[in-house]
Write a protein that binds this ligand. Structure first.
Ligand code: NAP
Ligand code: MG
Length: 405
């Protein structure tokens, strides 16, 4: 038996809800704690505790990431009206991911985890397509009006000295809808830098697309900022690695992505990234086969599972039925966070642990042991379809063998 790895700085650990909350301690106890002196600062972001603390716990957790640098987050419920009733909540609390992104800012990078025995729906895709999603502004921080009837809609900007810029949006003849959105140069610049840095780190091309032909000020500003930052700060570093930055229109990008072999970073505006990352993930096989990290411009990292709390499986589990929930994204959230901790603190064994854990996950599935979501798609057929707990246990056995080598 190897000696346990010693950590020096705690990870900010954020627990969550439902099925992912059930699997969280399984992953920790079976795959992590036996091998290291795990240090975490624990925040319970489960819906009940968010309600109990008036959601203060979410802000505290985000600030703890600012303090320690690296966090790992379980999936959490974003309450709607049904959840308010189900949990008897004081109010419909905001999305925890939204709150954390507000505190940290930055860009979310989602990268599919490829398997030999699960073929992507798009047959040309042989390398991962990483989606980089701007995690600030646009429709996620909007102001909306349900227009009741005839009237004039305007946008107005007032400077501190009282000067106004005013534009008519629409002269309404009858009822309709109205929306105001924004972004800031600062946030877009940080988004561009995060994407270029990630491209350099992964040695892959960076694609960016907007609808600047239609949105001649809003989207054009995104385009201009990307081009300015690239030319000024990144052009030489990119050519040094023989990678490139490629700008095109969003509709052209979508059409081209379908014909590529993958292997690039696709930088997306907030909404494009929301939609495209789910499309890319599901085309590569499963939402559970996706790693996800929020990279803040100040150098903070939050690793998470990209999928939700898998509510349907949780209700089955609560009724004593077997579930076959895929824990790969949860495991990769832990391995990603531990690897980053290792890099920051110079603990080589932590990096090796993360690499070995991830390769064991792939090896286990490629050897035919998997959960139901993958078994439906695997070629050759799965040799064993495991339930939620058996799958983690099987990875644990295989990891133990690999780690003691
Ligand atoms: P979900 O948890 O992503 O699950 C949707 C469906 O996708 C599941 O019913 C399941 O399909 C499949 N699936 C997702 N993850 C899986 C996994 N690990 N293994 C196997 N199958 C998986 O979305 P939801 O059920 O619509 O949302 C539940 C809650 O999650 C909501 O309250 C929402 O607010 C929250 N949410 C949180 C996050 C986050 O914290 N990052 C993200 C999205 C949603 P089958 O039922 O067909 O097996
Ligand atoms: Mg989404």
């Amino acid at each position: 038996m190897r000696e346990k790895i010693q950590m020096t700085t705690p990870l900010v650990e954020m627990n969550g809800d439902e099925m992912t909350r059930v699997l969280w301690p399984e992953v920790k106890e079976t795959l992590i704690k036996p091998y290291m002196d795990l240090k975490t600062e624990y925040y319970d972001l489960g819906l009940q505790n968010r309600d109990h603390t008036d959601d203060q716990v979410t802000t505290d957790a985000a600030n703890a990431i600012r303090k320690h640098g690296v966090g790992v987050k379980c999936a959490t419920i974003t309450p709607n009206e049904e959840r308010v009733k189900e949990y008897g909540l004081k109010k419909q609390w905001k999305s925890p991911n939204g709150t954390i992104r507000e505190v940290l800012g930055g860009t979310v990078f989602r990268k599919p985890i490829l398997l030999q025995n699960v073929k992507p729906a798009v047959s040309t895709w042989i390398k991962p397509i990483i989606v980089g999603r701007h995690a600030y502004g646009d429709v996620y921080k909007n102001s909306e009006i349900r227009v009741p009837g005839a009237g004039k809609a305007e946008i107005v900007f007032t400077s501190p000295d009282g000067k106004e810029i005013r534009k008519t949006v629409k002269e309404f003849n009858g009822p309709g809808i109205l929306q105001g959105i924004h972004n800031t140069d600062d946030s877009i610049e940080n988004f561009a830098r995060a994407c270029f840095e990630y491209s350099l780190d992964q040695k892959v091309d960076c694609w960016f697309a907007t609808k600047d032909t239609i949105s001649k000020t809003y989207d054009q500003t995104f385009k201009n900022i990307f081009e300015r930052i690239f030319t000024k700060e990144y052009k030489n570093r990119f050519s040094g690695l023989d990678i490139r930055f490629f700008y095109t229109l969003i509709d052209d990008a979508v059409a081209r992505v379908m014909k590529t072999e993958g292997g690039f970073l696709w930088a997306c505006k907030n909404y494009d990234g929301d939609v495209m990352s789910d499309m890319v993930a599901s085309a590569f096989g499963s939402l559970a086969m996706m790693s996800s990290v929020l990279v803040s411009p100040d150098g903070f990292f939050e690793y998470e599972a990209a999928h939700g709390t898998v509510q349907r499986h949780y209700y089955k589990h609560r009724n004593g039925e077997k579930t076959s929930t895929n824990s790969v994204a949860l495991i990769y959230a832990w391995s990603g966070a531990l690897r980053k901790r290792g890099e920051i603190d110079g603990i080589y064994e932590l990096i090796r642990f993360a690499d070995t854990l991830e390769s064991t996950v792939i090896e286990t599935i490629e050897a035919g042991s998997m959960t139901g979501d993958l078994a439906r798609m695997a070629e050759p057929e799965a040799s064993e379809t495991l339930d939620s707990f058996e799958f983690i246990a099987r990875i644990g056995q295989n990891f133990d063998a690999n780690w003691s080598k």
